[in-house]
Design a protein around this ligand. Structure first.
Ligand SMILES: Cc1cc2nc3c(=O)[nH]c(=O)nc-3n(C[C@H](O)[C@H](O)[C@H](O)COP(=O)(O)OP(=O)(O)OC[C@H]3O[C@@H](n4cnc5c(N)ncnc54)[C@H](O)[C@@H]3O)c2cc1C
Length: 389
């Protein structure tokens, strides 16, 4: 067991941090305040290869391993969590899933354009009636000649409306069973495709979130992911481990930023003729923050490393998502506390961290859903052995 990052991963962290501090930090407060999607920054992300972070070089991307994905997510989120929240639905949930489960023709058609950021992607699963309970999907897809015709709607979809390529989950059979779920690649300019206006959100305001409507929307039959009906649930379920460690890394970045800000402030701010850090109750909060950040990092990196080795990471990915999301909420809340009145003001970054953090316990599988998955894993007989390490 080696807790040191390789030279490659250390220099990746340095590179992403330098970029984020130079090019994202100056706009982080503005995109949050105005709830504006930074399209020029996304052009820059494409130019630098971040758009291709889920696509291997064979398809013109930059993906090499999951540990690099989470280090990138952590460092971007440390400066503005909205950026990886918009980037990952493109690079991981859409492009990486097409890479993992698409046919060769689908990969050749979509991956290079997604990897170069010529077109942006999104993943559309959630519906009004199907949030945590994805078996309640109501969007239907029916084969009609050389097309599938989709009817239904999606809600809370990140990157609506700027994404042009959507990975859409719909039912191809009757009933609630997993065998009725299929995934489709649907282009924004498809007949019958439309979107609603973007939501006004508490946090992650630099990433757009909206609704999609499929009114007899036609997508070519060749866009059925993997070319087979009824395997969408399996594709989704396997892809979720990657999604969870990616989301854990965003939470980790927020927790890290909150901790750094609180530590610095507690050393500078004096009350009762002493810096705050000299008070035991502040020391308690700061030391808890440090431990939570470190534990979130270990869980997240472990989940990513297991995936890199092709190992089962269901428990670890859920544990990382659960712990990191809760740690981000706790740490950013304590950071506001330590900043006192200053931390409650809109011009202070910790106020944004606190609002941004909350969605991480809700989206991409809420904390309750992660606990359900963890409990399910614990019930499995062969689990004990894995806990030894
Ligand atoms: C900003 C944002 C961005 C999003 N981006 C995307 C996206 O890009 N693509 C996409 O497909 N979806 C996206 N989502 C949807 C997101 O994944 C769902 O909001 C999430 O899965 C929760 O579903 P829900 O909101 O319907 O809540 P519900 O499922 O209605 O849950 C409400 C509450 O009940 C709890 N709960 C539900 N079932 C149980 C249970 N069995 N036991 C205990 N507690 C339970 C939940 O944990 C939650 O606390 C996004 C959501 C938001 C807010």
């Amino acid at each position: 067991m080696d807790f040191q990052l390789s030279e490659t991963h250390r220099s990746l962290r340095k590179e992403v941090r330098t970029f984020a501090e130079k090019e994202i930090a100056p706009i982080a407060a503005t995109i949050d305040r105005d709830q504006s999607f930074p399209s020029e920054l996304f052009e820059r992300l494409a130019e630098l290869g971040y758009a291709g972070g889920g696509v291997p070089p064979a398809y013109q991307g930059t993906f090499s391993n999951y540990l690099s994905v989470v280090i990138t997510g952590e460092e971007l989120a440390r400066v503005s969590a909205s950026i990886p929240v918009a980037l990952f639905p493109h690079s991981i949930l859409c492009a990486h899933n097409i890479f993992r489960y698409g046919s060769e023709a689908q990969k050749e058609r979509y991956l290079p354009v997604l990897a170069r950021g010529r077109r942006w992607g999104a993943m559309a699963l959630a519906e009004e009636a199907a949030g945590s309970d994805i078996f309640s999907l109501r969007t239907k897809a029916k084969r009609s000649g050389n097309d599938y015709v989709l009817r239904g709607s999606k809600t809370y979809i990140t990157n609506v409306p700027f994404a042009e390529v959507y990975l859409v989950f719909a039912k191809t059979g009757e009933g609630d069973g997993p065998e009725n779920i299929s995934a489709f690649i649907v282009e924004r300019d498809s007949e019958g495709f439309s979107f609603g206006k973007t939501f006004d959100k508490m946090g992650m305001r630099g990433s757009p979130t909206g609704r999609l409507f499929f009114k007899n929307c036609k997508t070519p039959a060749k866009n059925l992911l993997g070319g087979e009906e009824g395997i969408g649930y399996r594709q989704l379920f396997k892809g979720m481990d990657v999604e969870r460690v990616s989301w854990a890394s965003i939470a980790l970045g927020i927790a890290q930023a909150s901790f750094e800000s609180a530590l610095n402030y507690s050393k500078k701010r004096r009350q009762f003729k002493k810096p705050l850090i000299d008070f035991q109750m502040i020391q308690y909060m700061i030391s808890e923050m440090a431990v939570n950040v470190e534990a979130a990092r270990l869980l997240t990196y472990k989940g990513a490393s297991l995936l890199d080795r092709g190992m089962n990471a269901r428990f670890e990915a859920s544990a990382a998502k659960l712990f990191s999301a809760e740690a981000a909420v706790k740490t950013s809340g304590d950071a506001v506390q330590i900043h006192g009145g200053a931390g409650y003001m809109k011009n202070h970054a910790v106020e944004r961290y606190f609002r941004d953090a909350k969605i991480l316990t809700v989206a991409a599988g809420s904390s309750e859903v992660q606990r359900m998955i963890i409990a399910h894993e614990l019930k499995r007989k062969d689990r004990n052995e894995a806990f030894i390490c």
